[in-house]
Design a protein. Structure first.
Length: 331
C-alpha cells in the first residue's frame, strides 16, 4: 500500500503521523537541487561550459600583518589595498560576462590564503565536496568555505576528513563522465578516494593522475579552454597525463615554462565559455599564442594575487556552469 493510500485511509491520525495535513516529500535530492527552490542550482560536469556563478573571498585583514611571506606560502609581500582593488576588478570582469558573483566575507583574522577559493571545495550538480587543505597554514579555511556555501544555498555532500587531504584545484572534468584528480603534494590518495566515492554516486569516474615535479596543483599545469582543447605547462605535465589526454582526443597547446608562465602565472586562467578565457593581464606572448590558436581572450590584473602564489583559476570558486549542448553540466 502506498504512503498516499495510508494517509488517505487514516484521517483520524494527527498530521505529524501522516494524517490529514501531512505532505510527503516526493522529489529526490538531485531533483530538488536542479529545481533551485529548496537549494540553489549548482555544479558542473565540464570545465568549459558557460560560466554562470562563482564565489570570491574578500581579502581579510590578516594579509596586512604578514612579514614573512614564505611562512604563509606566499612569494612576496602583498599590498592589502591593491589586492582588494584587484578582487573588485575580478568581480566586475565576471559580471561583465554575465556571471553572478558571490563574495564571502571571512573574518579579519581568517587564515590569509582563504582568498584562493578554488582549493577549498568542488561543487557537483548535487552539492559540494568540502576539501581539507594539506598545509598547517591553511587549516581551518574550510569552515569559512562551508559557511559561504551554506549562505549560497548549496548543500555540502561530503567533508573530507581523517588523514585525507583534498584541494579543489586538483580536480578537473575532462568530459561529463570523467574527473582527473591530481594526487601528489596537495591531494593524497585518501582524498582522491573520498572524491571518487561521491562522484561515483553521480555516475562519474575519477582517474588519479600524477602531475610533474614541483607542481602545486593540477590546475595551472593543465587548463581546459574548449571542447577537447587544453593548455599544458610542458614542465608540469608528464608523459602519462599527456597520453591520457590524447586518448580522449584532446588538442594540446604546449607552453614552455617562460617568465610569463612561471612568474605571471599566465596559464592560470578561467574559461568563461567554450573558446573564451579570462587570463592575467601583462602576458602578451601567452595572449598572442592563444589568439593565434583561435582562443578568445579577456584580461584582468591579478599581480598581488600572484605575489600570494596564485592567480585567476586559484581565486575563483566555481559554483555553477550550464549545459551548452555538448555537456550535461546542469540537469
Amino acid at each position: 500500500m502506498s504512503t498516499d493510500a495510508r494517509v488517505s485511509s487514516r484521517p483520524d491520525l494527527p498530521s505529524t503521523l501522516g494524517g490529514t495535513g501531512w505532505s510527503p516529500r516526493r522529489a529526490d535530492h538531485r531533483t530538488e537541487v536542479s529545481a533551485g527552490r529548496l537549494w540553489s542550482r549548482c555544479g558542473y560536469r565540464s570545465e568549459v561550459a558557460p560560466l554562470r556563478e562563482v564565489l570570491l573571498a574578500r581579502p581579510p585583514d590578516s594579509l596586512a600583518s604578514i612579514t614573512a611571506p614564505g611562512a604563509h606560502l606566499m612569494t612576496a609581500p602583498v599590498d592589502l589595498g591593491r589586492l582588494r582593488a584587484e578582487a573588485e576588478a575580478v568581480a566586475e570582469a565576471y559580471r561583465a560576462h554575465g556571471v553572478t558573483v558571490r563574495v564571502s566575507q571571512p573574518p579579519p583574522r581568517c587564515p590569509p590564503n582563504v582568498i584562493f577559493q578554488r582549493d577549498l571545495f568542488l561543487v557537483t550538480p548535487e552539492g559540494a565536496v568540502l576539501g581539507r587543505t594539506a598545509s598547517a597554514q591553511r587549516a581551518g579555511e574550510e569552515r569559512y568555505a562551508a559557511a559561504a556555501l551554506a549562505e549560497a544555498g548549496i548543500p555540502v555532500l561530503h567533508t573530507v576528513r581523517g588523514d585525507a587531504t583534498f584541494e579543489g584545484a586538483d580536480a578537473l572534468w575532462v568530459d561529463e563522465h570523467t574527473v582527473l584528480v591530481g594526487c601528489g603534494f596537495r591531494t593524497n590518495q585518501a582524498g582522491m578516494h573520498a572524491v571518487r566515492e561521491v562522484l561515483a554516486e553521480q555516475g562519474a569516474e575519477v582517474l588519479p593522475v600524477s602531475p610533474g615535479p614541483g607542481v602545486q596543483h593540477l590546475l595551472g599545469a593543465l587548463m581546459l579552454v574548449d571542447h577537447r582543447r587544453a593548455l599544458l605547462n610542458t614542465r608540469a605535465v608528464g608523459t602519462r597525463l599527456r597520453d591520457l589526454l590524447r586518448s580522449l582526443d584532446y588538442d594540446l597547446l604546449d607552453f614552455e615554462p617562460d617568465d610569463e608562465v612561471v612568474n605571471r602565472r599566465s596559464l592560470n586562467v578561467v574559461t568563461l565559455r567554450p573558446g573564451h578565457v579570462l587570463m592575467p593581464s601583462g602576458c602578451p606572448r601567452t595572449r598572442r599564442r592563444l589568439e593565434t590558436a583561435g582562443v578568445e581572450v579577456s584580461e584582468v590584473e591579478v599581480g598581488e594575487y600572484v605575489k600570494a602564489a596564485g592567480a585567476l583559476g586559484c581565486l575563483t570558486g566555481i559554483l555553477r556552469r550550464e549545459a551548452d549542448g555538448r555537456t550535461s553540466g546542469e540537469r
